[in-house]
Ligand binder design. Structure first.
Ligand SMILES: N[C@@H](CCC(=O)N[C@@H](CS)C(=O)NCC(=O)O)C(=O)O
Length: 246
């Protein structure tokens, strides 16, 4: 799939990600974020599968805009806003923009590391999920990738805690999101803005019925977050099957 990066027959905007997996529109919360932001921006794009090593930053997502590659979801957002004159936070005050940025940083620096922990370092989740990224790869690649993710999560800090501590820390972010959302349809009000894409990617990734985890159970304890994920799924991925909110 990597050679798709240079395929001139692709439309000017091509998003490279993992593709649908784990009962999600994309396995990666970051790819989901970017995919939703491209939809929010009303930009036509195609989506292709790629491995992280095809990306300029060694991670997915990355975007090709007429052959120029942009890596990292936050820089992709900045690129599309600047290049196409779009403001994904249109209508927000400076203070609301600052709050949205702080919420996004909480999700990506904290909640997503907990998501990754349960997916990769809980053996039964790894076996049914990420292990299959390496089906067909030479012997030893799967084990090396798992060791690398484990080392990354230890360096980041999350994997130094006990499992119940990781759930408790993740729950603090879930609770914060639930309180910020309140009874509004979207995090910052009546309309979805950029941070909703980030939150949706993370929360759907945590709540997918595909994986069992203590974090998923905590997330399911926030009815407004459950309804929010269902609302975002119906809006941006209307054809994707997803459990209806109670
Ligand atoms: N800061 C990056 C994070 C992206 C990220 O963590 N992507 C993961 C998949 S969910 C990845 O490509 N991991 C492979 C690696 O780090 O080697 C962004 O916002 O795009």
């Amino acid at each position: 799939m990597n050679n798709a990066v240079n395929d001139p027959t692709l439309s000017p905007l091509t998003l490279f990600g993992t593709g649908p997996a784990f009962d999600l529109p994309d396995a990666s919360p970051y790819v989901t974020k970017t995919e939703v932001q491209l939809k929010m921006a009303n930009l036509a794009f195609t989506k292709e599968r790629a491995m992280p090593n095809a990306s300029p930053k060694g991670q997915i997502p990355f975007l090709s805009d007429g052959g120029t590659l942009i890596g990292d979801s936050t820089f992709i957002r900045a690129h599309i806003e600047k290049t196409y004159g779009i403001d994904l936070d249109h209508g927000l005050t400076d203070r609301e923009r600052a709050e949205a940025w702080a919420i996004e940083r909480m999700i990506e620096s904290q909640l997503n590391t907990s998501l990754a922990y349960w997916r990769w370092l809980l053996p039964e989740n790894f076996a049914k999920g990420p292990a299959h990224f390496f089906d067909g790869a030479p012997q030893g690649v799967r084990e090396a990738a798992l060791a690398q993710v484990g080392a990354n999560l230890k360096a980041q800090g999350v994997a130094r805690h006990a499992p119940d501590e990781i759930v408790d820390l993740g729950d603090r972010s879930l609770r914060a999101l639930s309180i910020v959302l309140g009874d509004k349809p979207y995090l910052m009000g009546d309309r979805p803005v950029a941070v909703d894409a980030t939150a949706f990617g993370a929360l759907a990734g945590i709540m997918t019925p595909f994986f069992e985890s203590g974090l998923r159970r905590r997330a399911e304890g926030y009815p407004n977050l459950v309804a929010y994920v269902a609302r975002m799924m119906a809006r941006y991925f209307p054809d994707h099957p997803w459990p209806a909110a109670a």
